[in-house]
Design a binder for this molecule. Structure first.
Ligand code: ADP
Ligand code: MG
Length: 403
């Protein structure tokens, strides 16, 4: 294709985006809005409350960043983005920096594990946009480092996670300090019904922008399941790491498991790092950066990396353990196949996890093909499988901060 012309760059016209931001999008080579951007941006620029549900890797960040920046250019006040992990906060800030560059809009990132002092300095510079994880934001509120009385636009990214039992009390606490007269936008690839009810209670007649039903997996990610005894997982992993050649993001249920698997993969002779909450922020950043740059071929993670992380070109997502939370399956495998690319997801299920697999299948409304490996003993799921009861039970378990 020829270098882009005016013709190519017209995709974002007609959505109500201001010329300055259009020019920036052009410069950043964003040419065609994704479906969620196409639908959400005009409504969000108009100030409407929005619940945006679209598959992983379809550009939800820009769908809220563009309108937030534009509205804050036009009126006073602040924008606040709340999200579940430090890594996601840093990644989202990068998007705001790029898109808001021309308007010189200052941002502050408030996340755990980083120096309070530097965050206080960044707050003193009077940022227009604050990107925060709830715990650290509350620390700053309690120390009166920040005043959220001027927040005009609020975004909950990974909104269903932000409103589940683990985070919801903190979100309540933060919301008490934010004016009711504000715009609220919620984005996720999953939005369970029970959370949706709660979410709308924080909003004013929200418009539901749904590109795909909640739980829809990324389009071009192929999936398969191996039924394997716990004891045989490591051997199967070794076979698969030899069979695939690209980057692998591997999910472990627990931090301890992650550590052990990392060591085993190292012993197998692969370049590997790990990311979970036993690691410092600096170690976590190094692991993620190293994974992005190719220093590490395999990144072993807990569900801390399940949501939001945007790394281009992950070939394989490997669920060494199934997630505790069914919804996280969709988020985990969504780390591959981003923005229309292809990807593959392999899950290991033990013979007693037939119900968990059924639960995932009912969420994604797709049957998962079962694969066998010639060198690993063939297993079957134990019967019987009481599907729905087991699912409901899972949802109601208090959130476990295993990662
Ligand atoms: P989501 O939040 O939906 O999972 P992200 O906002 O992280 O997705 O975006 C995924 C990737 O798609 C990012 O690398 C981003 O730069 C890219 N992207 C977003 N919008 C567009 C677009 N309109 N055209 C091309 N790439 C885009
Ligand atoms: Mg996202």
């Amino acid at each position: 294709m020829a270098p882009h012309t005016q013709q190519n760059s017209t995709g974002f016209y007609g959505l109500g985006i201001a010329p300055k931001i259009l020019a920036t999008l052009d410069r950043l080579k964003f040419q065609t809005p994704t479906p969620i951007q196409h639908k959400a941006i005009p409504a969000a620029i108009a100030g409407t409350d929005i619940i945006g549900v679209a598959q992983t890797g379809t550009g939800k960040t820009l769908a809220f960043a563009i309108p937030m920046i534009q509205r804050l250019e036009q009126e006073k006040g602040r924008g606040l983005v709340l999200l579940p992990t430090r890594e996601l906060a840093l990644q989202v800030e990068e998007v705001f920096q790029k898109v808001g560059h021309a308007s010189g809009m200052k941002t502050a990132v408030l996340i755990g594990g980083a120096s309070m002092y530097h965050q206080v300095q960044s707050l003193k510079a009077n940022p227009r946009i604050i990107i925060a994880t709830p715990g650290r934001l509350i620390d700053h509120l309690e120390q009166r480092n920040v005043n959220l009385g001027e927040v005009k636009v609020l975004v909950l990214d990974e909104a269903d996670r932000m409103l589940d039992m683990g985070f919801q009390p903190q979100i309540e606490r933060v919301l008490r300090t934010i004016p009711k007269d504000r715009q609220t936008m919620l984005f996720s690839a999953t939005m369970p019904r029970e959370i949706l009810g709660l979410a709308t209670s924080y909003m004013k007649l929200p418009v539901h922008v749904e590109i795909a039903p909640s739980g829809t997996a990324a389009e071009r990610v192929t999936q398969e399941v191996f039924i394997v005894k716990q004891d045989s997982k490591r051997k199967l992993l070794e076979k698969l790491l030899a069979q695939y050649h690209g980057t692998v993001l591997l999910f472990s249920r627990t931090r301890i498991g992650a550590r052990k698997i990392t060591r085993a993969i190292k012993d197998m002779g692969h370049r590997v790092s790990e990311i979970h909450s036993d690691k410092t922020l600096a170690q976590r950043r190094e692991a993620l950066e190293g994974f992005k740059s190719g220093k590490y071929r395999v990144l072993v993670a807990t569900d801390i990396a399940a949501r939001g992380i945007d790394v281009t070109g992950i070939e394989l997502v490997l669920n060494y353990d199934l997630p505790d939370d069914t919804g996280n399956y969709v988020h985990r495998i969504g780390r591959t196949g981003r923005i229309g690319r292809e990807g593959h997801a392999i899950s290991f299920a033990t013979p007693d996890q037939g119900n968990d697999v059924k639960g995932i299948e009912s969420l994604i409304k797709t049957a998962l093909p079962i694969s066998e490996h010639p060198e690993i003993p063939t297993e079957r799921f134990a019967k019987p499988q009481v599907v729905f009861r087991s699912n409901r039970f899972k949802r109601r378990l208090p959130h476990r901060r295993a990662f």
